[in-house]
Design a protein around this ligand. Sequence first.
Ligand code: PLP
Length: 283
Amino acid sequence: RTIYLDGAFVPAADARVSVMDRGFLFADGIYEVSAVLDGRLVDNDAHLARLDRSLAAIGIANPHAPEAWARLQAELVRRNGLAEGVVYIQVTRGAAERDFGYGPDLVPTVVMFTQPKTIVGAPVQASGARVVTRPDLRWARRDIKSVGLLAQVMAKREAAAAGAAEVFMVEDGFITEGGSSTVFVVTAAGALVTRPLSHAVLPGITRLAVMRLAAEAGLALDERAIAVDEAVAAREVFFTSASNFVVPVVAIDGSDIGDGRPGPHARRLMALYVALARAEAED
Ligand code: PLP
């Protein structure tokens, strides 16, 4: 496959980064993930805006304007013949002698690659996901999409060992978010609830799109923290992410959600989101 590295499209075997890269030594970098559907990027402007925001938060100059990023992403998708999957972008502060401080001449390392993945019609859409809860062990700026993902790696290792597809991370009895997703519950009255944005969670791009679709569909929305007990007792639970869109949850910590089958709200919002992504691609 073809990788984008520092200004060039190269075969994967030739894509080499220095061991002195601060991404490798300090996790001093940012990433972003956009979905590709029918060969077209989904809601990509919003992902590029978040990339810019994450870079600004850690003081790395954005190496490209959004239009330039989008051209590079599209070219990478084309070169890899990607129809459905994701484009991964990573920008680190660059390579230098290992020290916390760094000079003014550091050049950011820019890596992009594609990953094929079935999103629409993925088996988890029909089966629903079983999830487990774990303590949220992450740092205090989860709104920054940092490549430092050790807490998620640990939580997802435990989830996988428990046969769960995702982990819901918990702080003070409330769900912050999924290991790599935003959590929604549907109340008995049919309202959609998700946690408000703050430093405690990543501002999910799919979250925002789904909230807009839900509002258009006439659903009530409530942004507040969700207790684990509330989620377990909810009529419906689902999670959202760029790489999965909308995934119904059928069990939390072994307790069935609703009747233990994917719920109608998740199914409907998934269909609306896919339709929106396809309509956007036609523009
Ligand atoms: N929260 C976390 C911690 C994530 O890692 C992700 C995506 O990977 C999300 C939420 C969902 O964000 P998005 O919908 O922008 O993919």
